[in-house]
Design a protein around this ligand. Structure first.
Ligand code: FAD
Ligand code: NAP
Length: 346
């Protein structure tokens, strides 16, 4: 189908309840869905919404709306996969930013292109993945990221960002900070390997492979195992509103880690590659501070995953944020650790 270059329809005072996995009933002042970059540029050129900020939305699985959104909310549905380079060792696969992340993983696994199979079943879109350098089970997208293209809202030029320009860090990037709201990411390219490097050392992957008698796993085995583990551990947003991990796992300098380890010898801890810092699971602190399973009205902390804040039905974003603030204060008071929010708050 040819790409539409007509400006898309814009709706006023539009409920975002179906468009964020917390299920918060915030309203957008204006809302539109774009299926091509050209149609968004046509809308920008009308100048009708240039007085407002534009908030880009993928799957809404990493946002918390704490108020009505005085902006044009732009839901990205720019689709398409394209092989743009291939040699004996690798391929470069370009994906439209509005593709579902997990569809990209399935597409890569089907073709036996390795590198993102550990990232199976992460909700949301490809375009949002660079925002926080999504990661799971020992893999981050920066490991396979090649480059992306993004529309500069000020100049209306499409700019190419190489890996170094994206400033990827642990759940961080340029687009989560200075670049936020200034660029619409339209395509993302990944360099995937034809000769798989299997990563099984993280979490329960190896244990589950052993229990199935799989000694020589393929990337398809890895993605299936990751999906199985994730389904058994994480609350499904279709059943209970959430945005995954609400806080980042704190990494601290070695002298702070020593204090924590002396006081709590049983705490899980992981050295950060390339530094003397130590990472601790945020969920451990939250659970020890007594928050796991906490509920106030419809807002709460998941009963099995202390890192996941939940909406049992009609919680507001403000109510969820209030619990998050109390958790931060209590973890700081008890352990001297300041938790950082991972979810994007609006
Ligand atoms: P949205 O929530 O729609 O947007 C997130 C941010 O990105 C917003 O600030 C938005 O404005 C911006 N944005 C979105 N699209 C664009 C674009 N095209 N251009 C510019 N800015 C854009 N995350 C992990 O890293 N690892 C996990 O294992 C993981 N597991 C999860 C499990 C569950 C059950 C849930 C609910 C969430 C999980 N997440 C995880 C968080 C989330 O899925 C990811 O951060 C995902 O990349 C968000 O994608 P999205 O399309 O839903 O983004
Ligand atoms: P888990 O396996 O119970 O482990 C708890 C935490 O310890 C993880 O968050 C992980 O940190 C860390 N960890 C475990 N094994 C590690 C190792 N070998 N080396 C370094 N760090 C290790 O975690 P889980 O809650 O079931 O989640 C599994 C994976 O999915 C994790 O990678 C997690 O980040 C990811 N996930 C992310 C979200 C999100 O919204 N961001 C939601 C659900 C799951 P890391 O988080 O740094 O990996």
């Amino acid at each position: 189908m040819p790409k539409s270059n007509k400006a898309p329809q814009v709706f006023e005072n539009y409920s975002l309840k179906e468009y964020n996995t917390f299920g918060i009933d915030a309203r957008a002042q204006y809302f539109t869905i774009i299926s091509s970059l050209e149609s968004y540029v046509a809308l920008l050129k009308t100048g009708l919404y240039s007085h407002l900020p534009h908030l880009f939305l993928g799957g809404g699985s990493n946002i918390l709306c704490t108020k009505h959104i005085d902006a044009l909310v732009v839901k990205n549905e720019i689709k398409g996969f394209e092989l743009i380079q291939e040699d004996d060792e690798s391929v470069i696969l370009r994906s439209g930013a509005g593709e579902l992340w997990d569809d990209l993983v399935s597409y890569a696994v089907q073709h036996n292109w390795s590198g993102i199979e550990n990232l199976a079943l992460i909700p949301g879109t490809v375009g949002a993945a660079p925002m926080q350098n999504i990661g799971a089970y020992g893999v981050e997208i920066k490991d396979t990221f090649d480059h992306l293209e993004a529309l500069n809202l000020e100049t209306l030029a499409v700019e190419r960002f190489e890996k170094s320009q994206c400033q990827f860090g642990y759940r961080e990037s340029y687009f989560k900070h200075e670049g936020k709201g200034k660029y619409l990411i339209s395509t993302v390219c990944f360099k995937l390997n034809k000769k798989p490097t299997i990563q099984t050392s993280y979490g329960a992957i190896q244990t589950v492979l052993d229990s199935k008698g799989i000694t020589n796993p393929t990337i398809s085995d890895i993605s299936k195992v990751v999906i199985e583990i994730r389904k058994s551990k994480l609350p499904d947003p279709k059943e209970i509103g959430n945005s995954g991990s609400f806080f980042k796992n704190p990494t601290v300098p070695s002298h702070v880690a020593e204090r924590i380890l002396n006081a709590y010898p049983g705490i899980p801890n992981y050295p950060v590659t390339g530094s003397s810092d130590i990472k601790f699971p945020a969920g451990w602190f939250i659970e020890q501070a007594g928050w796991k399973g906490f509920r106030d009205g419809d807002a709460g902390v998941h009963v099995h995953q202390a890192l996941v804040l939940v909406n049992y039905g009609d919680a507001t974003g403000k109510e969820i944020l209030a619990i998050a603030e109390k958790i931060k204060a209590s973890v700081n008071e008890k352990f001297g650790i300041s938790l950082e929010t991972e979810v994007n708050i609006y």
